[in-house]
Design a protein around this ligand. Structure first.
Ligand code: FUB
Length: 364
């Protein structure tokens, strides 16, 4: 699926070539093929609508992708991401890793979620006992991000939303990880994702700036959150806990360490009995990862999986398909606009020592 191996072809038809043969001029009508190298590692997976924040899963033998649906909006750009003003979700399926994604249409619209007002950001989905659960963040009528759940009998939806957000939920970017019979939900995002506003357990409305309420640079960074899901998958099944991301010496990653601290886009996968917690570092634009012995962590920082893509945001998911691992992500190749993104995908490699080979999405 990568442009590295399938260079785009520019055909220049009916190019007139003139060559000299002795004293006789020869004019040739010919077609010359010029190969133009793309600067991107992978090509867009979907181009008829803008899509971002892909959560990919294998359900019923097919790959399903649950992305955000980016749209142009009349809302002006601001530091809290108001211009990411998405209002619905489409679900996509792929028969195999090389096939074209099929758009199953609108799976959930903000107008069908009683508690939600706007900004349907990065979703995820899970399957339990033949039912499918779509987890999504949206701003409520007080402009506070909450997490919602919607249910369907089919992986592609349509989904029916619960009338209220999950009790005690806040912030953005839910990601559900199944470990045996247990399901865990991870979430959180700082700045526009409001996680910093919940440092005391209550919503701090000390100011409108998304940078208020952050810890000092030499304090531990704000932690992403985890909770086991309830048996019915609709609520937290336990009190939410903070996840610790530690340096190799066991000390917490600090708030001032923007190259490594958690920003948003939590994802967990399991490989060789270890838990891999991956996330975006936000303003430094990497997808980084940390490894732990339990779904709750602590996780020890290892490095970068995906270097910055074109566009401000970087958001991914990791899925195993037929014994190979893939990272789904997005960039802004099609629009050049940071809030109008397109999905991409490439293979990801675990090295023999358990580390992950770093991916450069923009070719040098
Ligand atoms: O798509 C809106 C937000 O942008 C997501 O929730 C973040 O992870 C970032 O990708």
């Amino acid at each position: 699926m990568n442009l590295k191996s399938s260079k785009s072809i520019l055909a220049l038809s009916a190019v007139l070539l003139f060559s000299s043969c002795g004293n006789q001029d020869k004019k040739e009508d010919s077609e010359t093929v010029v190969e133009a190298e793309s600067k991107f590692l992978s090509k867009p997976l979907i181009s008829h609508i803008y899509t971002a924040d892909p959560s990919a899963h294998v359900f019923n033998g097919k790959i399903y992708i649950y992305p955000s649906h980016d749209v142009e909006s009349v809302v002006e750009e601001d530091d809290s991401g108001a211009h990411f003003n998405m209002r619905d979700y489409h679900v996509f399926s792929m028969e195999s890793i090389d096939s074209e994604p099929k758009d199953h249409g609108v799976a959930l619209d903000v107008d069908d979620v009683p508690w939600a007002k706007r900004q349907m950001w990065a979703p995820d989905a899970a399957e339990k006992d033949g039912k499918f659960y779509l987890y999504f963040p949206a701003k409520d009528h007080d402009d506070i991000f909450r997490l919602g759940v919607a249910v369907s009998d089919k992986p592609e939806g349509p989904f029916e939303a619960q009338p209220e957000p999950m009790k005690g939920s806040f912030s953005i970017d839910p990601a559900v990880f199944q470990d045996g019979n247990e399901y865990y939900i991870y979430w959180g995002g700082i700045w526009g994702g409001q996680l910093q506003k919940w440092r005391t357990g209550e919503y701090l409305s000390t100011g409108d700036s998304p940078y208020d309420d952050e810890p000092a640079d030499d304090e531990p960074a704000i932690s992403p959150m985890i909770a086991k899901l309830s048996n019915d998958m609709l609520e937290f099944g336990e009190a939410p806990k903070e996840i610790k991301i530690l340096d190799k010496d066991g000390s917490p990653i600090l708030a001032g360490d923007h190259e490594r601290r958690f920003f948003e886009a939590a994802w967990v996968h399991k490989y060789n009995d270890k838990y891999y917690f991956s996330y975006s570092t936000g303003d430094t634009h990497n997808i980084a990862y940390a490894i732990g012995e339990s779904p709750y962590g602590p996780f020890t920082y290892q490095g970068v999986i995906l270097k910055p893509v074109q566009g401000w945001t970087n958001h991914h998911s990791i899925v195993e398909v037929d014994g190979k691992w893939y990272i789904f992500y997005h960039d802004t190749e099609l629009s050049g606009e940071t809030h109008l993104r397109n999905l991409k995908m490439t293979e990801m490699t675990h090295n023999a020592d358990g580390t992950i080979e770093m991916i450069e999405p923009i070719l040098k």
